[in-house]
Write a protein that binds this ligand. Structure first.
Ligand code: KG4
Ligand code: ZN
Length: 333
């Protein structure tokens, strides 16, 4: 089977064609709008929708051209139906619908978080079920017991800010560009992770939920007290923030692994591209096999939607119902 994947849930237009017989992506393209949103310090949904509209068709043509196949040689179209921003989701869903009718191919709406999870199945070696999944993105922080395709048990989630959101907000407090994650990671390299003793919210609580807003507030007060934000101060804040985030995530992952007798941990979502976090996970989550998607497939991309489309089609009859669900939870699948 060959599936065209279309991702437009936020500020990335991602297109890919997945081939199930080789378990390979034949070609993929991504257009990141980050620079258009940087001046506003975050994603402006209306601008994002307009950019998707102008980029979708050229990227789809390019992707077919690079894969050296024609639309008649694909079997289905998969698009992100949610969770995400309503306007951007609608652009992808509307185009997927039109192409589906024009080409006479089935069309299926994909859950964005399931796509972040399943993209790991493209890697070699890929994780065998069951495993624990930690999804850390701009909109979510989820711990999921992943029993099989479509069998997801939500073990814990953030009660307030998502991890990526906390990275973005702390970066903004430090006067860094959007998206904040890569900026924090960059300047943290020169900082001391133990310089500021930042809170590690909820680590002592007997549950698998997270909270990151207190951590961001602690940074806010440190920044407020300081008259001039010199580079040394910013780097120490960034390093101490990353350390506190890593300790919280490690603590909850270890707890979830122990309680659920799992020995594999799959990590996905934009924040999973952070090399410091990866190093800390490796050092502090012992006796567990760790899996990540390749760097460019941690953040939003079309490949994850295409492979999720393949697995969904093999499980679900609910196709051709064009819809978006901006607040679609993984536990509702
Ligand atoms: O998965 P993703 O591309 O989009 C959502 O589904 O939200 O994740 C985007 C988030 C942003 O908050 C961004 O700051 C964060 O991932 N991010 C990072 C890094 N690269 C992207 N956070 C920490 N370190 C990074 N290197
Ligand atoms: Zn995402």
């Amino acid at each position: 089977m060959r599936i065209l994947g279309i991702e437009t849930s936020c500020d990335e237009t991602g297109i890919a064609i997945y081939d199930s017989s080789s378990n390979k992506i034949l070609s993929e393209n991504i257009f990141s709008q980050a620079s258009s949103h940087a001046q506003y310090g975050g994603v402006v949904p209306e601008l994002a929708s307009r950019d998707h509209i102008s980029k979708l068709l050229p990227l789809i043509s390019l992707t077919f051209h690079q894969a050296k196949i024609k639309p008649r040689q694909i079997d289905a179209i998969a698009y992100t139906a949610g969770p995400g921003l309503r306007g951007p989701l609608l652009t992808g869903a509307a185009l997927a619908n039109s192409l589906s009718r024009g080409w006479g191919k089935p069309c299926i709406g994909i859950n964005h978080m399931e796509a972040h999870l399943l993209v790991n199945l493209l890697e070699k070696p890929s994780p065998a079920f069951p495993f624990l999944t930690l999804l850390i993105s701009g909109g979510h922080c989820l711990l999921v017991k992943t029993i099989d395709i479509g069998k997801y048990e939500l073990l814990g989630q953030s009660r307030d800010d998502a991890v990526g959101e906390a990275f973005d907000k702390v970066a903004k407090l430090l006067g860094l560009n959007y998206p904040g994650g890569p900026e924090i990671e960059r300047i943290a390299k020169k900082g001391d992770p133990r310089h500021f003793d930042l809170p590690q919210p909820m680590v002592k609580e007997d549950n698998l939920d997270f909270s990151f807003s207190g951590l961001k507030t602690a940074v806010y007060y440190l920044v407020k007290k300081k008259k001039k934000l010199d580079m040394n101060f910013k780097s120490n804040i960034a390093a101490s923030f990353q350390y506190a985030v890593s300790e919280t995530l490690i603590n909850k992952c270890n707890k979830a692994i122990e309680e659920n007798y799992l020995n594999k941990l799959v990590i996905g979502g934009g924040v999973a591209s952070n090399a410091y976090l990866k190093k800390r996970f490796k050092e502090n989550i012992p006796n567990v096999e760790l899996f990540y998607p390749r760097q460019e497939r941690c953040t939003d991309n079309g490949a994850m939607v295409a492979i999720a489309g393949f697995y969904r089609l093999s499980k679900s009859k609910n196709i051709d119902k064009i819809d978006i669900k901006p607040k679609w939870s993984l536990s509702e699948i």
